[in-house]
Every structure is written in structure tokens, then in C-alpha cells.
Design a protein. Structure first.
Length: 201
């Protein structure tokens, strides 16, 4: 009888533990959904700093893979729409080949920009090319993607070229410690003509 009582007690203990875990999981999911909905409201109003906080909070609580992918995408979009696309890179990568093959196809284009803004030019070129190859009748940014590929190719050529005419120095009496405009002279290797560019980072 004592042995039977002990088994019954252990069974009840395990059952109670399972119930507590189920309740905790349910509460966690509800909290994640609540935070995500708050994030959506902020996102709709263009309050991207607030939407980021809510989406990141929801991401920490979300357990389902599909919900996590959706939240990563929304975080990436919040960064992009607040001019911080370089911070969206890891979040666009998280949803790659899942979401944008349906309604989020332009995320493939935005990922190319995120690569570019992080100085990963080879990856950016490959990503824009991948965007052009997506199975959609009319990708929205087809022309822009082609222009990005051309510009990245020119950038790669410029980085390899040696130019004895470029000499930049800081003029203490004029320049501040911040970012400045700088004139750059570049010679066309084919025509021999010189061009003057005004550049800034």
C-alpha cells in the first residue's frame, strides 16, 4: 500500500509539473502576442523606436519558429524604415528563403542594401542578382537592383585602381573632427580625361 501511495504521489507531482509548464508556456505565448500587437500599432504610426522595443521583447518570448521569423522581419523593417538598414542585416538573413518567397519578396532587395551598407560588397552584388532571379513576374525594384549591381562593379574597379592624383589631408583651420566633404580627381583609364568628384561618407 505504501509503495502504491508513493507511485501515486510521484504521478501527481509529474502531472502538476506538466500543468505548470503548460500554463507558463501559454502565458509566455500570450505575452509575446501582446507585445507584438503593441509593436504593430507603433509600426503603423511610424514610431519605429517603440516598435523595435516591442518586437524585440516579443522575440525573447516567442517559441514558435514561424512567429520568430515574422518578428525578425518586422524588426528588420523597423530598422530599414528608420534609416538604419545596416542594423537589419542579421534579421533579414534570419528570414531568408522563407518569408520573401511569398509576400515579402522585396526583403531580398533590402538585404542587398544591408550588405552594401555593411561594406560586404560581394555579398550585396550576389544578393541583388538573386533578387532579379526570383520567380516573380514583376519584382518591384528590378531597375534599381540592376543599377546597384553596376555601381558595385564600378566601386570594385575604383578600389583596385591606383590614382596618383588623390591626396587628402586635414586642414585644421577649416575642418572639424566630423565627416567632411572632400574633392577627388579621377582619371579615366580609357579616355584619359580627368573628372572632379565631391565626396563624403
Amino acid at each position: 500500500m505504501a509503495k502504491w501511495s508513493k507511485c501515486l504521489f510521484n504521478y501527481q507531482k509529474h502531472l502538476l509539473l506538466m500543468l505548470l509548464l503548460a500554463v507558463a508556456g501559454n502565458l509566455s505565448a500570450q505575452t509575446a502576442n501582446k507585445a507584438a500587437k503593441k509593436g504593430d500599432r507603433h509600426f503603423t504610426r511610424g514610431e519605429y523606436d517603440f516598435s523595435l522595443k516591442m518586437y524585440q521583447s516579443a522575440l525573447g518570448l516567442a517559441e514558435k519558429a514561424e512567429q520568430r521569423k515574422e518578428l525578425h522581419f518586422k524588426i528588420a523593417e523597423s530598422y530599414r524604415l528608420s534609416n538604419r538598414t545596416h542594423l537589419a542585416l542579421e534579421h533579414y538573413l534570419f528570414v531568408k528563403d522563407t518569408l520573401w518567397l511569398a509576400e515579402y519578396e522585396n526583403a531580398a532587395f533590402y538585404l542587398g542594401h544591408a550588405y552594401k551598407l555593411n561594406g560586404q560588397y560581394d555579398e550585396a552584388t550576389a544578393q541583388f542578382a538573386e533578387y532579379l532571379d526570383l520567380p516573380f513576374e514583376m519584382p518591384r525594384y528590378t531597375q534599381q537592383a540592376r543599377e546597384e549591381i553596376r555601381n558595385l562593379k564600378k566601386l570594385a574597379e575604383a578600389e583596385l585602381a591606383e590614382n596618383e592624383y588623390i591626396y587628402l589631408y586635414n586642414c585644421d583651420s577649416l575642418n572639424s573632427d566630423g565627416v567632411e566633404y572632400a574633392p577627388v580627381i579621377q582619371k579615366n583609364p580609357v579616355s584619359g580625361k580627368m573628372k572632379l568628384y565631391f565626396t563624403a561618407t
